[in-house]
Write a protein that binds this ligand. Structure first.
Ligand code: FAD
Length: 359
């Protein structure tokens, strides 16, 4: 594309919902910006979700700023979100280069040099919004390598068909674990391993309540108060219909982690052995921050020290999305809005100040 190699005020890395949200607010400034996304199509991580994935809140509560997700009956599906994000970026006519994979971000003379598989971009500020999907996490278990059965992470799970009539171990107690277990247990013999007893939210609690809690926490923080977490966080299981049905079938019984793998299955803490044809890891993700490694700011916990959403050690670099460490519920559709807005304002302020002090 014609923009390659050009200089922009801001380069946004990643083209999912977090990038689009921050772009919406940047568009209201006079700054020039481009989005570099390695996805083949719009939609970020949602493109890779499993086929039956439903959101845990209605469309109104799953919307980006400016133009809301068109209402659907019940909870939107994966494809509703993908379609919405595609329409959203078109509607606001953002400048998006796709697929462009950012390999490295280095400090340059007047800002940053962004190295990609399609050339080099220069920017005065960089906003990283690369999410977590491309960095699935699998915990360490003794003898893991000796296990010869099928293994997949929820990042690659599509539907239950490959598991029909098999015995399957689902690992992980969050919403992914519960939803995939609910689906697979209809066609396979399943067991469910979770670190601690899973927390099921009351049947009438959905994502809306979780967002209200995130807002309460944010308000408390603004006022210098600390709000104790009420029971029930973003990681707790929302009782969407298929999960309720699985509970009614008695398929939601979780046990604590096993001791080690064997070639055919696992050995439990009491020494007994169970064979499994397959293991599905629903054990979460880590921030996808390979492209920031050279800056030396990614800690051993895989995160970056932030003041607000700006890197403490590399001013001019902001991070949005990812997880709670960049803001309460900031990696959700509606929850990312206030942090994206604050980020865009900060970027504009920083670049304007810089422009003023320069001769
Ligand atoms: P992503 O969507 O992952 O977008 C990042 C983009 O950056 C991707 O296109 C990626 O390919 C690209 N990228 C990565 N690395 C590079 C690189 N080096 N160079 C260029 N591009 C790069 N949220 C809700 O609000 N409601 C829900 O009901 C809900 N349900 C969920 C259910 C599941 C199972 C999961 C996993 C998440 C759910 N979420 C939900 C959470 C959240 O909305 C998603 O995780 C969301 O996709 C995060 O958006 P993002 O833009 O930060 O990251």
């Amino acid at each position: 594309a014609g923009t390659r190699g050009q200089t922009f005020d801001v380069v946004i890395i990643g083209g999912g919902q977090s990038a689009l949200t921050v772009a919406y607010f940047l568009r209201r400034t006079s700054l020039s910006f481009v989005i570099l996304d390695n996805g083949q199509v719009p939609g970020g991580a949602w493109v890779h979700g499993w086929e039956s994935l439903h959101l845990f809140s209605p469309a109104q509560w799953s919307s980006l700023p400016g133009w809301g997700m068109p209402a659907v009956s019940g909870y939107p599906e994966r494809d509703d979100v993908v379609k919405y994000l595609a329409q959203y970026e078109k509607r606001y006519d953002f400048s998006i280069e796709r697929p462009v994979s950012v390999a490295d971000v280095l400090r340059g003379e007047d800002g940053f040099v962004v190295h990609t598989d399609r050339g080099v971009w220069h920017a005065r500020a960089v906003i990283s919004a690369t999410g977590t999907w491309s960095h699935p996490f699998i915990p360490a278990y003794p003898n893991h390598r000796s296990y010869t059965g099928l293994q997949i992470h929820s990042a690659r799970y599509r539907n239950a068909a490959p598991f029909a009539d098999k015995s399957v171990l689902v690992v992980g107690g969050g919403n992914s674990g519960a939803q995939i277990l609910a689906e697979v247990s209809r066609v396979a013999k399943t067991a469910w391993v979770t670190q601690t007893e899973p927390i099921f939210l009351p049947d009438d609690v959905d994502g809306r309540v979780l967002f209200e809690r995130a807002t309460a926490k944010w308000k408390a923080q603004q006022e210098g108060r600390i709000l104790e977490d009420p029971p029930g966080g973003l990681g707790d299981v929302v009782m969407v219909e298929p999960v309720k049905a699985a509970r009614d079938r008695g398929a939601l019984n979780a046990v604590r982690p096993f001791r080690e793998f064997t070639d055919k299955g696992v050995i439990w803490q009491d020494g007994s052995h169970t064979a499994f044809d397959a293991v599905i890891w629903c054990t979460g993700f880590r921030p996808a921050l390979e492209h920031l490694k050279s800056l030396g700011i990614v800690g051993i916990d895989g995160k970056v020290a932030l003041s607000g959403t700006q890197s403490v050690d590399v001013p001019g670099l902001w991070l949005v999305g990812y997880g709670e460490w960049t803001g309460f519920a900031s990696a959700t559709l509606v929850g990312g809005m206030r942090y994206a807005k604050a980020t865009a304002l900060e970027v504009a302020q920083a670049l304007e100040t810089q422009a003023l002090v320069q001769p």
